[in-house]
Design a protein around this ligand. Structure first.
Ligand code: NAD
Length: 312
């Protein structure tokens, strides 16, 4: 049974609370409002709250005020530290039995522990992190990885369908584990494809021709299909996903591998490379800027390029 009861046409759907109105939370709440939900939201940033109000949301002065009477509370926050702190603050004020949905990319083992705290407080927690970036959040095409009891998934899947495609991936924390693992792969692909693309460009290959051929070949990935053509070749570096957040996800995945005794040498190497880029590029950098950083680290060839030999 869906958590949202059938309603007559024109009648608004049950209220949803949404905490974290940043790069992802903003387009996600816009979609929920467009789907007919009344959304109360909170973010510590006044600018984020103002943008939320412009898009039809009801901004609250605190997380506690936002969650009052909401059956579902969505969290889209930077990391587990912030999620834990916000949940601790709001828990005594959420409706009995409310379903908290952590859509942030959090730490799976901390999510399991938090679910117990939430249950002791009379509410429920599931994890539902996403992939697809700001583009996917805007278009409502996010891949949503839900961890938690099947009944909770059933309750919330109609609501989540306004944001993308929800898939029940396992018990509590499973979504967060899968999300971190996905992003470690994505980060390795971006680094590897950047080194490869820069090599081809230095050889004299046209990056657009390279991408066209690679994307029809075995070297393709999300980085060659989306990130290189959309953010790196045009040099906009505006994917909306911070380098610092990518690094956080990579560390979650390698810590999980350590915890589980799984080899992760390449993962550790990737974390070390991304950490160096992050130190140089600074906290505000977009994750796609690693390609520019690699290019600017230079090459032995003048201008970073070598000409191709003329074909006979
Ligand atoms: P963001 O930094 O743009 O947004 C996070 C928001 O949380 C900010 O607006 C910030 O002001 C707010 N915030 C911080 N502390 C708060 C608190 N105590 N109470 C209320 N609000 C608070 O980050 P984002 O890119 O929207 O990412 C959010 C989450 O989604 C992260 O866990 C990230 O890893 C994940 N994610 C991001 C992308 C992406 O492409 N940007 C894609 C998939 C997953």
């Amino acid at each position: 049974m869906a958590w949202i009861p059938e309603r007559a046409e024109g009648e608004s759907k049950e209220r949803v609370a949404f905490i974290g109105l940043g790069n992802m939370g903003s387009p996600m709440t816009t979609r929920l409002v467009a789907a007919g939900h009344s959304v109360s939201g909170f973010d510590v940033s006044a600018a984020a709250r103002a943008r939320f109000a412009e898009h039809g949301g009801a901004p609250a002065d605190s997380a506690v005020a936002a969650v009052a009477d909401a059956a579902v509370v969505i969290l889209m926050l930077p990391n587990s530290d912030v999620v834990d702190a916000v949940v601790a603050e709001m828990l005594p004020h959420v409706r009995a039995g409310a379903l908290l949905v952590d859509m942030s990319s959090s730490e799976p083992l901390r999510t399991r522990a938090l679910a117990e705290t939430v249950a002791a407080g009379g509410a429920r927690l599931i994890d539902a992190p996403v992939s697809g970036g700001v583009k996917g959040a805007t278009a409502g095409t996010l891949a949503i990885m839900v961890g938690g009891p099947a009944e909770s998934f059933a309750e919330v899947s109609e609501l989540l369908s306004a944001l993308g495609k929800p898939t029940h991936v396992g018990a509590i924390g499973a979504g967060h584990a899968l999300k971190a693992i996905n992003n470690l792969m994505s980060a390795i692909h971006l680094w590897g494809s950047s080194e490869a693309m820069l090599t081809g460009i230095a050889f004299g290959l046209d990056p657009e021709v390279m991408l066209e051929v690679i994307n029809a070949s075995s070297g393709r990935s999300g980085s060659t299909q989306l990130k290189w053509p959309s953010f790196i070749v045009p040099e906009t570096y505006d994917s909306g996903f911070a380098l610092a957040l990518m690094l956080k996800d990579m560390r979650i995945a390698t810590s999980l591998a350590t915890e589980l005794g799984i080899p992760h040498e390449l993962g550790d190497e990737a974390v070390a490379h991304w950490t160096r880029a992050s130190a140089d590029l600074g906290a505000g950098a977009d994750h796609t800027e690693v390609a520019r950083w690699l290019r600017e680290r230079g090459s032995s060839a003048p201008e970073g390029r070598v000409e191709t030999k003329e074909r006979g």
